[in-house]
Design a protein around this ligand. Structure first.
Ligand SMILES: Nc1nc(=O)c2c([nH]1)NC[C@@H]1CN(c3ccc(C(=O)N[C@@H](CCC(=O)O)C(=O)O)cc3)C=[N+]21
Length: 307
């Protein structure tokens, strides 16, 4: 049997710090030309996890010089009120990005709310116009988590052309846009999900596995081809021995025996998601100020996160 090369643990925090440094430099350049990028974050209700995420987003924004505005609304807020707030932010020339934290309370129609955000300010990339643009391979505002995963894969594997990527999960937030980005990067893409027959056999054929199903430690070494690169999007809070801890959709301790490279949870995809939110806010500010001289754009950092 061949000895297996040691596994590379992909450091999402370090990768995110590099992205944030790029963003900070560009924010300064943009400010020097009179535009101060600003992100509005809307949080409806008291979900504790959402509060932590929103707090982190606001902190990261401040760190890279992006102005952040937080709008907290009670869980009972009705849809019309929320739509009203979004319309006001759409019309505000000093606000460049709008993020509506998900999930929303059950009485609010999530699709209608996401569709109300101006596509030019849609830093989540969830508006149908951006979803459609991504599927056509255009450079549009792109969902932050898959954009972050793609960057981690490019850093780790270089050229992705011709590789077989298996995406586990078909959500609008991760699975579907991830598949579109991998296709754009010239991978062969298989999307599998909870109803797939032979889930494990399909996964075993993958050069690249992106797990985004929300099932704690579903994927173990037995699911992997030796040398596979594994991106774990899952963030599952589980109780273990009376203590709460975060685990991914991948059984990390098992998978490291087969994978060539793997992201940990925490410290993998999560920090990259937030870094790409900042990148998208900058891209959104540029979309709204197409009059800015091109020198604002960093030559090696293309305008939008998918490129
Ligand atoms: N409109 C909208 N856009 C989102 O992008 C969005 C959302 N709603 N709702 C919730 C999910 C979740 N999400 C995370 C972002 C960062 C971490 C993150 O940085 N996690 C740290 C650990 C955090 C911890 O310890 O809890 C890590 O993985 O290292 C996690 C989760 C963005 N989301």
């Amino acid at each position: 049997m061949n000895a297996q090369a040691p596994v590379q643990i992909i450091d999402g925090k370090a990768a995110a710090a590099r992205v944030l440094a790029e963003v900070s430099a560009e924010v300064q350049a943009m400010k020097a030309r009179g535009v101060a990028p600003a992100l509005a974050v809307i949080l409806v209700g008291q979900d504790p996890a959402s509060q932590v995420y929103v707090r982190n987003k606001v902190l990261r924004a401040e760190e890279c010089g992006i102005r952040s505005l937080e709008f907290r609304r009670p869980a009972e807020t009705d849809e019309a009120e929320l739509l009203d707030l979004i319309h006001n932010l759409n019309a505000d020339p000093d606000v460049h990005g709008i993020l509506v934290q998900l999930p929303l309370p059950d009485h609010i129609d999530e699709a209608r709310v996401l569709q109300a955000v101006s596509p030019l300010k849609d830093v989540d990339g969830f508006h149908a116009e951006n979803v459609g643009g991504l599927s056509q391979g255009r450079e549009v505002l792109t969902p932050c988590t898959p954009a972050g995963c793609l960057r981690l894969l490019q850093d780790s594997c270089g050229d992705l052309a011709g590789k077989h990527a298996v995406v586990i999960g078909r959500s609008n937030i991760v699975g579907k846009p991830m598949a579109a980005l991998l296709l754009k990067a010239h991978c062969s893409v298989t999307v599998v999900h909870s109803r797939s027959a032979n889930l494990k056999d399909l996964c075993r054929q993958a050069d690249i596995v992106v797990a985004a199903v929300g099932r704690p430690r579903l994927v173990d070494a037995d699911w992997l081809k030796p040398g596979a690169v594994v991106i774990d999007v899952g963030i599952n809070r589980i109780d273990e021995g009376g203590r709460s801890r975060l685990v991914g959709d991948v059984d990390f301790d098992s998978a490291i025996a087969r994978a060539a490279a793997i992201t940990p949870v925490p410290g993998g995809v999560g920090p990259m998601t937030i870094a790409f939110l900042m990148k998208n806010t900058l891209a959104a500010a540029r979309l709204q100020h197409s009059d800015l001289p091109a020198t604002v754009q960093h030559p090696e950092a293309p305008c939008l996160s998918i490129s």
